[in-house]
Design a binder for this molecule. Structure first.
Ligand code: SF4
Ligand code: SF4
Length: 349
């Protein structure tokens, strides 16, 4: 584990049609700076944390809590990267955007991720994006325009290049050289029909044009590596895009308990180790073998959607818990084979 995300709040000033956690202006709960500092300190005394992410909901609705936390982390762990993921609502004027960016930079922020796409731009003016980008360029703050598309998207990388009047480097083409020279990057991903996004739209309409089942098959590379804390302080063993009511993912409260100890419990859990070794597609195959009458979607946009479908199904959960012994011995064997392969690879170096 070397990074942690704080879902500062589920409150958002807007209601995007595709929002997986169904964020909404009605929520009130948020993580206070004292809680985020406590959680970071629990971890920092045990391990090096390379990245802390503040996300939501819209985390900038609680800007002061974030700034306090960033200042603390920067002081005790100067090498930790600090990222805020925001919809940019606060940048409606060039002047106010400049003030906020200066404030964030002097607190110690390393990067801003701005969510940009057809869904967000229904509510957030493109002028806000320009204000952030122009000010960030002036101050040398790295900005990632994090774009989500779907088959009929109007916007793409070119669309934002035209808006900004300049080329933007895609993050997958970033090199040491352009990372040190450029400040504005672009990333692209696909919307996932979970939460609000799954309600009104036929799931199969969301399939990417270049769909292959490699998008969701195989081990999960995030679980037990990237942890997330939700606004009520529950710890999640990955950064998955799943609903907040999926009990298997939202466990112990790390405002009240020691974060490192709670993480250790997750590391010993057969379920999360299973996800790490075989991914949700492995679990899907297992439960289908146990009960062939179970019906699942035929296609998935990505692997978190498989988790969402599996773990919101009571029958699936019963099958998993009734077969824990069989699964545990299967996992021990998979673990031994993995370790043996690693030893062979090391010996061949
Ligand atoms: S997708 Fe982001 S900006 Fe949109 S409602 Fe959800 S949290 Fe808010
Ligand atoms: S695939 Fe499942 S375990 Fe992996 S990040 Fe997504 S929700 Fe979490």
């Amino acid at each position: 584990m070397n990074n942690i995300s704080f879902i500062v709040t589920d409150k958002c000033n807007i209601r995007c049609d595709f929002c997986a956690p169904e964020c909404d202006p009605k929520y009130k709960e948020y993580l206070k700076s004292k809680d985020m500092i406590k959680i970071f300190s629990d971890l920092e005394s045990q391990m090096e944390i390379s990245l802390v992410v503040f996300t939501g909901g819209e985390p900038m609705l609680f800007k002061n809590e974030i700034i306090e936390t960033i200042k603390y982390i920067k002081k005790i762990s100067p090498k930790t990267n600090l990222r805020i993921v925001t919809n940019g609502f606060w940048a409606s004027s060039f002047k106010s955007s400049k003030i906020t960016i200066t404030e964030l930079i002097s607190a110690g922020i390393s990067e801003l991720n701005i969510s940009v796409d057809d869904f967000h731009q229904k509510y957030i003016s493109e002028k806000n994006i320009k204000n952030i980008v122009f000010n960030a360029r002036e101050f040398g703050l790295r900005v990632l325009l994090a774009h989500k598309s779907y088959p009929n998207s109007k916007s793409d990388k070119e669309y934002y290049e035209n808006l900004l009047g300049s080329e933007i480097t895609h993050i997958r083409e970033s090199t040491k050289d352009n990372l040190s020279k450029e400040t504005i990057f672009f990333s692209s991903g696909y919307t996932v029909p979970i939460g609000r996004g799954s309600k009104n739209i036929n799931k199969e309409e969301w399939l990417p044009k270049n769909y292959t089942d490699q998008r969701w098959k195989g081990p999960c590379n995030e679980v037990l590596k990237s942890y997330t804390v939700s606004p009520d302080g529950s710890l999640m063993p990955c950064c998955g895009l799943v609903s907040r009511d999926l009990g298997v993912f939202y466990g112990s409260n790390v405002i009240e308990n020691d974060t490192a100890k709670e993480m250790e419990k997750y590391c010993n859990s057969f379920l999360y180790n299973w996800l790490a070794l075989e991914g949700p597609s492995g679990i899907l195959n297992f439960v289908k073998q146990k009960d062939s009458s179970l019906m699942f979607s035929k296609y998935f946009v990505q692997n978190c959607q498989v988790c969402q479908e599996l773990f919101s199904n009571e029958t699936v959960l019963n099958i998993i818990y009734q077969n824990m012994d069989e699964i545990s011995s299967k996992l021990s064997l998979a673990r031994c084979l993995l370790d043996a392969r690693r030893v062979t690879l090391l010996e061949s170096i």
